[in-house]
Design a protein around this ligand. Structure first.
Ligand code: NAP
Length: 302
């Protein structure tokens, strides 16, 4: 802690850089020992500016880490059949080890069959039901990147989470549900809260680990947080800032909660940078597994 009342900052940016360096070394040895270059294919349908930025960042990071990056941009009015055919083609391409379809898809397309069409071994977003089922069964397949990143931040901060009360606010397939499973695998006692939870604040106040993934700016207040809790803020909310510039804030009232918690992730610079780093980790794993090589565990120290 910096002083008796201010939480220490969990630095996702620095952790992501460390993880990326570790992955980069793994890619070099995979290439020199086995002649394998992990390949990540990203599919973007339409021209959503936010999605374009995410896709560009994913490609840049993959290339920086020595991976092959394949970008497929389809027009916004593409039909379901075209998207499905592209995914099937990528499934069959041995150079492609990871497939990520940037969501959300344009409204006229049905996301479910697209996700189902991805070979679970190449599903580096961890959204295929087979991977969700494996996570629940403790037989780890591909784990969604953002919760995986949060687990790493928590492991590095806490080392042992056994017996801790953890509350996850949010129950999406992308984040809340897999996060709860990961905390369970760390031997936490887990509560999943959502929009219908009665007395959310009371649940939160019991948490040693509080993870918020809602999408409501600064919803979690200081009096919702148990003194000394570790708080992970997944939310990304744009609110009006000074002048015309939008300001990025999380789901947690950072200024006040950081006076109660023992550690907290900032927004930006907390969970966000971990997501792309974990996507690269999943791509590395996918390349190894598809080539019959031993799996790798997420490193904690690097
Ligand atoms: P989502 O699918 O919209 O899910 C939001 C969850 O919050 C739902 O389970 C919803 O409950 C719950 N919720 C909504 N209002 C609530 C309330 N008043 N009280 C309690 N729970 C409430 O969103 P998501 O994809 O999980 O993402 C959540 C947030 O994380 C978003 O801000 C998103 O931008 C951010 N995110 C960040 C990253 C990153 O890389 N940093 C990655 C993914 C997501 P119901 O199920 O009952 O509707």
């Amino acid at each position: 802690m910096n002083d008796s009342t201010t939480a220490s900052i969990i630095d996702g940016k620095a952790t992501a850089l460390g993880l990326r360096a570790w992955i980069g070394d793994q890619v070099i040895s995979l290439n020199s020992n086995h002649g394998i270059k992990p390949g990540l294919a990203v599919v973007l349908v339409g021209e959503d500016p936010a999605s374009e930025v995410y896709v560009r960042n994913k490609r840049k990071t993959a290339v920086k880490l020595g991976m092959e990056s394949y970008e497929h941009t389809l027009p916004a009015d593409s039909d379901q059949e075209t998207v499905m055919r592209l995914v099937q083609g990528l499934n069959a391409d041995p150079k492609v080890h990871g497939i990520l379809v940037q969501l959300p898809l344009p409204k006229h397309l049905d996301e479910k069959p697209v996700v189902l069409a991805i070979n679970p071994l190449k599903d580096v977003d961890g959204l295929h039901p087979e991977n969700a089922g494996r996570l629940m069964a403790g037989n780890v397949g591909m784990v969604p990147c953002t919760p995986l990143g949060c687990q790493l931040l928590l492991r590095r901060r806490m080392r042992d989470m056994t017996g801790k009360d953890a509350v996850v606010i949010g129950r999406s397939m992308l984040f809340g549900k897999p996060m709860a499973q990961l905390l369970l695998s760390e031997n936490c006692t887990v509560t999943t809260a959502h929009s219908r939870t009665a007395d959310l604040a009371a649940h939160c106040r019991r948490a040693d680990i509080l993870v918020a993934a809602v999408g409501r700016a600064e919803m979690v207040k200081a009096d919702w947080v148990k003194p000394g809790a570790v708080v992970v803020d997944v939310g990304i909310n744009r609110i009006p800032g000074e002048g015309k510039k939008a300001k990025l804030v999380g789901d947690v009232d950072f200024a006040l909660v950081s006076k109660v918690a023992s550690a907290i992730t900032p927004v930006p610079g907390g969970v966000g940078p971990m997501t792309i780093a974990c996507l690269m980790f999943n791509t590395l794993r996918a390349a190894r597994l598809q080539n019959g090589l031993a799996d790798v565990d997420m490193p904690t120290d690097f």
